[in-house]
Design a protein. Structure first.
Length: 325
């Protein structure tokens, strides 16, 4: 993937800043393999969390355990488990950040969830789930993780905010947007295809940002973009639509709400917990046009009910679980 000069430098600076503490001691180690942007929700959230931890003067290291490391946060399965086991110290508190169930989310059993659970039992002292749905679904599958607690995700407020967003108006087309970096069929392609074929395009505009195996006739498609560009796009639209199935805690949904967009969402996964009263849910794509009418009729009311937690609140909860506050 080619990055622009500024983007590449920003990414490299962030990584070097984290890695530089390897040669000293640190309060917190994060075991996670960061990818350059644009990347998935886990990367975005953890970058924002690292900034919040650093703002509290905590020293952070990445994928290593130093002599005086106090706590370690390791993310799902996106880390070197053998390395973490090899470096494990009894003096360190280990907290596992878990999403999924991944196999349910992907729609096939690759043994990923069983692997995550096995690592959790070997290493974790505590577990952070990103939604109540995720915790309960794992329990249904017979997986009791170590000392579970639910903490919803939050977006980086420097990027995802509602300042300067487009003003809603009934005197123009309603601007809809959806985003997904994955082209997994469970990300909602069939629902978006139905909308592409059935929406009244005299009343609506629809932008899809990301990857999709479906070729649309009316929906505008924009390839994956970095967070700053995505936030700008979100603020240019009125309503966020997500049709992903079994999504434990959609980061793109959190980001859209943070940019001031009410949501129309599939009644699945963690969507209802995240949106709460700031949108409406559907069981089938055929219901979406009527739900959009509801949003239009009470747009200000739906928008005023956006209440997702701030990154400061979420980070404080994480740091308390990590016993660093």
């Amino acid at each position: 993937m080619k990055l622009g000069i500024k983007t590449a430098w920003d990414f490299l600076s962030t990584e070097l800043s984290m890695l530089g503490s390897r040669f000293s001691t640190a309060d917190l180690s994060i075991f996670h393999e960061f990818d350059p942007p644009p990347a998935g929700g886990g990367h975005q959230f953890l970058r924002a969390f690292v900034e919040q931890a650093k703002a509290r003067n905590l020293k952070i290291e990445n994928n290593t355990i130093s002599r005086l490391t106090r706590a370690c946060l390791f993310n799902s399965f996106n880390f070197n488990g053998k390395r973490l086991l090899r470096m494990k110290r009894n003096s360190v508190l280990y907290v596992h950040r878990v999403d999924g169930p991944v196999d349910v989310y992907r729609g096939r059993d690759d043994g990923v969830d069983r692997g995550i659970f096995t690592v959790n039992q070997k290493i974790a002292d505590k577990t952070i789930f990103q939604s109540r749905y995720s915790l309960e679904k794992h329990l249904e599958l017979g997986m009791q993780f170590q000392e579970p607690i639910v903490i919803l995700n939050a977006a980086d407020p420097k990027i995802f905010h509602s300042r300067g967003r487009v003003t809603f108006s009934n005197n123009r087309k309603l601007r809809l947007i959806a985003a997904s970096w994955s082209d997994n069929i469970n990300k909602g392609a069939s629902a978006y295809q139905w909308l592409d074929e059935h929406l009244d395009w005299h009343r609506f505009e629809f932008t899809f940002v990301g990857r999709s195996k479906v070729t649309f006739k009316n929906i505008r498609v924009i390839p994956p973009v970095d967070s700053v560009c995505l936030a700008d796009l979100l603020r240019e639209h009125d309503v966020y639509i997500t049709a992903s199935k079994n999504d434990p805690c959609s980061n793109s949904l959190v980001e859209a709400l943070s940019c001031g967009l009410p949501a129309v969402y599939l009644q699945s996964g963690g969507h209802p917990e995240i949106v709460n009263q700031a949108g409406v849910g559907f069981e089938s794509a055929e219901q979406i046009p009527e739900l959009l009418d509801q949003i239009v009729e009470s747009y200000d009311a739906f928008q005023s009910r956006i209440s997702n937690p701030s990154i400061q609140e979420v980070s404080e909860k994480y740091l308390k679980v990590l016993e660093l506050l």
